[in-house]
Ligand binder design. Structure first.
Ligand code: ZN
Ligand code: ZN
Length: 672
């Protein structure tokens, strides 16, 4: 009897066997509907076989085939790689490649409509030539030529360009040659729905390009239509967030990963893969070049380039010759007791912009009014009842909220411990800055951008429009504002509260801070008006700030790499993090203790190159009512860790009497 091995989207490590009814053309990559217990699921056929261990009376048939072409071989291989490398179930990894399936209830009433694409301008008629590319400067041209010289075979290029250096022009000029050969380009970007600029720029520069976009903001039928445009070869450019790395692309000729350092490429739950690394893997599998672009490359990519595995291409200048890099200066923080945080230097700089009709952006990476509420009389602090963190004071609407679990409660009017009615909000967030700047500059038109203010659809887009129409003077916001927004009249960027990251226990905190600051700094003075950046800090001599002032990421990256090497941290160590949580701390401790013992036994018997660290509480010890703990295993050699992990995972799966929920994270974004 013909048997199909079907990978199903469930937490099982291997595929399930089904028999193939006569007349059903099933092969590897086929997407099929099957029953698993009472559930009907869509799975992917990984293999065909003639025998199975499943008892004949238990063996079930495949019900039917999902319409459309089967998944291509390289997509199946990518799924298998992700499953093996990240220690994830094959069915969940392959589910990432399956488009929302036609025939599900939602789609019966709302069939995908290819014409809609044309109406919206995603897909234009083929045949017309793209507009001549804008003139490239020397560095851009050299980059394009270097990539072209790879002669369409696999090679990784790290395109390191300062903000505003025209990386997108390099992507497009490189892609033009690929389109001319009739091939497709896959372009990944972090959070497209937050940064529509990239898509707008591409559309403007290449109005006739047939583009498919894939991101989480699309409905199912739209996503399927876009997926089919990519899979049929109709789309020349596929632009999407991390999930797009699994798109079927029959004529793939080039892979581009924009903002390659961005941590949103690492999925934090379900299947914990890194889309940048998956993109590099896929480019190698398809033997095509891959371009990783960033103003602040990840230390992983930086090390690869330094050791010659990746080829580094530099764009050291802004593309617009009129736009110099902004001047960066530092001002002391206000005392912790002060209510708002905006010091005299920054205040004067804002006033100067207002008098000249220019715009200011004030960046603080904290939403809400104040990060805590304390009683000065007895020392009480508002704490989340479910997490080991303080509650944030909000004024719009008035409340205390936990930014980790979503817990909310009424703003306390008096101290619950001593009855003192004079409670003090300590520190400042976006809401407090908004209020204090409104008091200081009553004539200014001010807007705030954070997760609270942009909950309504299009709220963010409307702020952008008002900035561009010069209807705003001061923009206050969180890191949502850091990425790729170019406002021609924005000449001042003020940064508050950045020092917090220097105290962080997360080993990636300074790398992240540098990336964020360079991005934010890049917002100032993008056109002919010169830009200025003022950072409020108590540590202006810290390397992260001196690098910022000198616009010298390279020196900073080398310095950080030296630190990481001394500490044997990534990218010099390859790490897997085992995280566990449970209602009782004792269950967490028991599970991690057993996991540690299993790891130590494996290392002693067969894996001497692996180091096992003792379990510790997570940085956030309690979240949403659950106690949390973790442990790390690492090796200086990736292959040694990769040999160890499947054995350890099997041992974890068979630990008896588990009461803790756990997850294994290979190449974690941070420790906890
Ligand atoms: Zn009190
Ligand atoms: Zn909480």
């Amino acid at each position: 009897m013909p048997i199909a091995r079907v990978a199903l989207p469930v937490r099982a490590q291997s595929a399930f066997d089904y028999w193939i009814p006569e007349g059903l053309a099933v092969g590897p990559g086929s997407m099929v509907r099957v029953k698993l217990g009472p559930r009907r699921l869509v799975g992917v056929v990984t293999d065909l076989a003639s025998e199975t261990d499943v008892a004949p009376e238990k063996l079930q048939p495949i019900q039917d085939i999902v319409s459309g072409a089967p998944l291509a071989g390289d997509v199946l291989d990518l799924g298998a790689f992700v499953a093996a490398y990240y220690q994830e179930p094959i069915g969940l990894a392959l589910a990432l490649a399956v488009p929302p399936t036609a025939g599900e209830r939602k789609l019966r009433t709302q069939a995908p409509d290819a014409n809609r694409l044309t109406d919206e301008g995603h897909l234009a008629l083929p045949g017309r030539l793209a507009r001549a590319p804008s003139a490239l400067n020397c560095a851009q041209l050299a980059a394009v030529q270097a990539i072209a010289a790879a002669d369409a075979g696999f090679a990784v290029f790290l395109l390191h360009g300062v903000t505003g250096s025209g990386k997108t022009d390099v992507y497009l000029a490189t892609a033009d040659a690929v389109f001319a050969r009739g091939q497709q380009v896959l372009m990944l970007a972090p959070e497209i729905n937050l940064t529509p600029q990239l898509l707008d720029r591409v559309r403007e520069a290449r109005p006739d390009l047939r583009i498919a976009t894939l991101h989480s903001g699309l409905g199912d039928s739209e996503r399927r239509a876009q997926w089919e445009a990519a899979a049929s070869g109709a789309a020349q450019l596929v632009l999407g967030t991390r999930l797009a790395v699994f798109t079927a692309l029959p004529a793939l000729g080039l892979v581009i990963v924009d903002e390659e350092h961005d941590l949103s490429y690492k999925q934090q739950d379900n299947v914990r893969y890194h889309a940048r690394d998956a993109a590099v893997w896929r480019a190698r599998r398809r033997n095509v070049p891959v371009v990783l672009g960033s103003a602040t490359p990840s230390l992983e990519s930086w090390l690869h380039a330094r050791e010659g595995r990746y080829r580094r291409l530099d764009l050291p200048q802004r593309a617009d010759p009129r736009a110099a890099m902004p001047r960066v200066s530092f001002a002391a923080n206000r005392s912790a007791r002060s209510s708002d945080g905006v010091g005299a230097t920054l205040r004067a700089a804002i006033a100067a912009r207002l008098s000249r009709g220019e715009q200011s952006l004030i960046f603080v990476n904290r939403r809400g009014y104040a990060p805590s509420l304390v009683c000065a009389a007895c020392g009480w602090e508002a704490q989340c009842p479910r997490c080991s963190v303080r509650l944030t004071t909000h004024r719009v609407p008035p409340s205390l909220r936990c930014h980790h679990c979503g817990h909310g409660e009424r703003l306390a009017r008096a101290c619950p411990e001593c009855g003192n009615v004079d409670l003090t909000p300590l520190g400042y967030g976006t809401q407090r800055l908004e209020r204090c700047l409104a008091d200081a500059f009553p004539q200014a038109r001010i807007a705030r951008v954070d997760r609270d203010s942009t909950r309504a659809k299009n709220a963010f887009a409307s702020v952008r429009e008002r900035m561009n129409a010069n209807e705003l003077d001061i923009l206050i916001g969180t890191q949502m504002l850091a990425k790729g927004h170019d406002f021609p009249r924005l000449t001042l960027v003020g940064v508050l509260g950045a020092d917090n990251a220097l105290y962080s226990a997360d080993f990636r905190a300074t790398e992240r801070l540098a990336a964020l600051l360079m991005q934010v700094t890049g917002r100032a003075g993008r056109a002919q008006l010169p830009g200025e950046v003022i950072v409020q800090t108590d540590f202006p001599a810290h390397p992260v700030y001196t690098a910022l002032a000198a616009h010298d990421y390279a020196r900073f990256a080398d310095l950080l790499l030296a630190e990481r090497k001394d500490a044997q941290l990534p990218p010099f160590a390859h790490v897997a993090l085992l995280a566990a949580e449970a209602h009782d701390r004792s269950d967490v401790d028991a599970f991690l203790g057993a996991a540690h013992a299993a790891a130590a036994a494996l290392v002693a018997s067969a894996h001497p190159a692996v180091i096992v660290f003792s379990p510790v509480p997570a940085l956030l010890q309690r979240r949403a009512g659950l106690e949390r703990g973790q442990m790390v295993v690492q090796s200086a050699r990736r292959v040694a860790l990769q040999r160890f992990l499947p054995e350890w995972r099997a041992a974890l799966d068979s630990l008896p009497g588990r009461r803790a929920r756990w997850g294994l994270d290979v190449d974690p974004a941070g420790f906890g």
